[in-house]
Design a protein around this ligand. Structure first.
Ligand SMILES: Cc1cc2nc3c(=O)[nH]c(=O)nc-3n(C[C@H](O)[C@H](O)[C@H](O)COP(=O)(O)OP(=O)(O)OC[C@H]3O[C@@H](n4cnc5c(N)ncnc54)[C@H](O)[C@@H]3O)c2cc1C
Length: 459
């Protein structure tokens, strides 16, 4: 039997965030991850076909992801992102509209380029402006049980406006169709990501494979006397112990505030929780039954490597196509990564059909790529990419603390954010605060500032 101050099960972004904050306080943590690498859903793999280290799927951060960026700084990789102020929207035929902040203060900072954009008619722009203004003063919690589609209908948005504007933004951010996603989750994207301040919607794209962002974790943990165990699959978790094949039974004593005695933090995806917790924990804690009522939504990532340059822009939204975003992954413009969120309808398709459809969408918007050949492709299906933020789903998201004593972390816990790396970091910071006996949000980074005009308009 071994002992650790704090045992963390799961080395995704949530488990990493917990470990880093605890190690900084001198807590000796044992971070146990079943795979041979850190990062969970936000990591990379060696692709045998191309010989490249590819990410599971493109992950981007936004300027409003204060806690995720805080963690990156703590890991010494805060400068590993390329930042973009612009979003490029491309229509069939290749016409590009670029939305970028202009001279006006938030929330009007996109007004100039929005008015100049060609992918929307003036009538559609007026509709969008009206709904945006309405959203600004909206109490989004009051919309938690309704869909964003209901809000758009109430605001008189026509089908094409939804298809060309609202849908790509909401589906990419929330991973669910506008008619399925809770209005509160979708409103948060606009309120915090678009309207709050001029920098909130900046797009941060990692310049290195995701797995490289976690290279500093083991050093930080070890400095405090802890250890990161990879390839260590935990089989049972109780309030003061975990069991795994490799490490056997590891004990953590009851944690008492002010005394680094021990605690167990479970930071696995929500579908794994039920199979890991001890019978005793399950019987004593209502959080576990509720978690079982969360549902999944999938994401599809497709890498295409062409034999000639096909993409000059760093990234682009494809207007009214099945593929929502494309990213250029190399300097030469030959490696394109296409992302399809809310991709349940694609999951049954074979690689050939997926590549055909993705190529069709790409060539429709980048016609110059018509004659280029595809040298390599790689399709990554993530069926359980995120929880589905449907109306009412917030009721099933658990707090970090519960009666069983097991501390929960993970993007699915009650963070106030959708399933994102920011949500995962928030959950980790909350879990660390729970272990330390501090207030839930005491370790959070400084919240994103809301501009004066945005405040006057109700934000
Ligand atoms: C395709 C895709 C695209 C995405 N795009 C973005 C994006 O652009 N921006 C963004 O912010 N977010 C994005 N996300 C969401 C983001 O990846 C997740 O919200 C976040 O990584 C979740 O972190 P987590 O630590 O909560 O869970 P996970 O990453 O799932 O980590 C849980 C860890 O627990 C481990 N584990 C499970 N069982 C055991 C066990 N028995 N013993 C030990 N370890 C175990 C797992 O191996 C895993 O490493 C995307 C997700 C996907 C799938």
């Amino acid at each position: 039997m071994k002992r650790a101050d704090v045992i963390i099960v799961g080395g995704g972004v949530a488990g990493i965030a917990t470990a880093v904050r605890l190690a900084e306080r001198g807590v000796r943590v044992q971070l146990m991850e079943s795979r041979k690498k850190l990062g969970g859903r936000a990591t990379s793999f060696a692709d045998a076909r191309s010989g490249l280290r590819l990410d599971n799927c493109q992950h981007v951060a936004l300027g409003c992801c204060a806690n995720y960026l805080d963690l990156c700084d703590r890991l010494g990789v805060g400068d590993s992102f390329a930042w973009y102020d612009e979003q490029h929207w491309i229509e069939e035929g290749g016409r590009v509209s670029t939305l970028r902040p202009g001279v006006l203060p938030a929330p009007g900072h996109f007004t100039g380029s929005f008015l100049a954009a060609s992918f929307l008619t003036m009538k559609q722009k007026v509709q969008i402006a009206r709904a945006s203004l309405a959203m600004m003063g909206e109490d989004r919690e009051a919309w938690a049980e309704r869909t964003f589609g209901e809000f758009l209908e109430q605001q008189g948005q026509d089908e094409q406006t939804i298809g060309r504007y609202w849908s790509p933004v909401v589906v990419s951010a929330c991973n669910l169709d506008v008619n399925q996603v809770s209005a509160s989750a979708a409103m948060q994207v606009f309120q915090e990501g678009f309207f709050a301040n001029r920098g909130a919607a900046r797009i941060g794209v990692p310049r290195v494979p995701l797995v490289e962002l976690y290279e500093g974790v083991a050093g930080l943990v070890e400095k405090a006397g802890g250890v990161v165990l990879l390839g260590e699959s935990v089989q049972e978790v109780g309030r003061d112990f975990v069991k795994s094949i490799g490490a056997g039974r590891v004990e953590a004593e009851d944690y008492e505030v002010g005394d680094k005695g021990g605690a167990v933090v479970l930071a696995v995806p929500f579908e794994r929780v039920s199979g890991l917790i001890s019978e005793e924990a399950r019987a004593s804690d209502g959080r576990f039954e509720a978690i079982g009522r969360l549902e999944h939504s999938s994401i599809l990532g497709v890498h295409l490597i062409f034999d000639e340059p096909v993409m000059e822009l760093p990234h682009a939204v494809l207007v009214e196509r099945g593929v929502q975003w494309v990213f250029c992954k190399d300097e030469g413009g030959r490696h394109v990564h296409a992302v399809i969120s809310a991709a349940d309808a694609w999951m049954g398709l074979g690689e050939g059909e997926i590549v055909k459809r993705v190529l069709g969408d790409f060539i429709a918007c980048f016609p110059a790529a018509r004659d280029a050949g595809v040298l390599q492709c790689r399709v990554v299906k993530e069926r359980r990419a995120t929880f589905a933020p449907t109306p009412g789903h917030e009721r099933f998201r658990p707090e970090a603390r519960g009666t069983s004593g097991i501390v929960l972390a993970g993007d699915y816990t009650r963070t106030g954010w959708p399933a994102t790396m920011e949500g995962a970091v928030r959950s980790g910071y909350k879990a660390a605060a729970a272990v330390l006996g501090e207030a839930d949000e005491s370790l959070y980074a400084e919240p994103v500032k809301v501009g004066v005009v945005a405040q006057m308009l109700g934000l």
